[in-house]
Design a protein around this ligand. Structure first.
Ligand code: E4P
Length: 217
């Protein structure tokens, strides 16, 4: 399973990259707006650090506008994946960009039929927003399961990119279902690292080492 980091913070991206945790990055207008810096400058900074797929989102609402913004985004870096919202105009843009060989990430997906349309239009990634579904009392993980079944039934190669992740169990469940990618906020990624028994075991080993050597090497 691939991990992307869901952030526009260069600090978080750099740490996660140094830890060897991430294969790519997803951003959105909200994440970029939190950074208080020109979005193009930040996009360039991210693309200097990350060689894997980096999702940058269009904000036009009509297909020609989305396509023009997609071309603009691709000029920033070859590894840009263009994030397009699941709308009727978005589908037109996804189809046209896919015909041109430009990878898209179909965002704001909340139903398995929307995911089927994303694959039919040629999206490279589909992003079901599971945390936002859980928050309204609907199961985000059922959605991931349904999408996996539909894509496997028909051999669609669109990658399932689990988004709106809120806690480690979302990632574990998505991995068990066979989702291709999870895009994970920095804080949740760091939660994976820690286990109380690791901390306890390390404290005990270091205590014993201190008894043995007085703390010297
Ligand atoms: C994914 O690409 C989105 O940026 C993200 O996961 C949205 O999640 P949110 O519900 O935390 O805004």
């Amino acid at each position: 399973m691939e991990f992307f980091i869901d952030t526009a913070s260069i600090e978080e991206i750099t740490i996660a990259q140094e830890q060897g945790l991430i294969d790519g990055v997803t951003t959105n207008p909200t994440l970029l707006s939190r950074e208080g810096i020109d979005w193009r400058v930040r996009a360039q900074e991210i693309l200097e650090v990350v060689k894997g797929p980096v999702s940058l989102e269009v904000v036009a609402e009509d297909a020609p506008g989305m396509i023009a913004q997609a071309h603009d985004l691709k000029k920033i870096g070859d590894n840009v994946v263009v994030k397009i919202p699941m709308t009727p105009e978005g589908l037109k843009a996804i189809k046209a960009l896919s015909d041109e060989g430009i990878d898209t990430n179909v965002t704001l997906v909340f139903s398995s039929l929307q995911a089927l349309l994303a694959a039919k239009a040629g999206g490279a990634y589909v992003s079901p927003f599971i945390g936002r579904l859980d928050a309204i009392g609907s199961s985000g993980m059922n959605l991931v399961e349904e999408i996996r079944t539909i894509y496997d039934n028909y051999g669609y190669s669109t990658k399932i990119l689990v988004a709106s992740v809120r806690h480690p169990m979302h990632v574990l469940d998505a991995a068990l279902i066979g989702a291709d990618v999870a895009t994970v906020p920095f804080a949740v990624l760091q939660q994976f690292v820690h286990h109380p028994l690791t901390d306890k075991g390390l404290a005990s080993f270091l205590g014993d080492w201190h008894k043995l050597t007085g703390g010297n090497w």
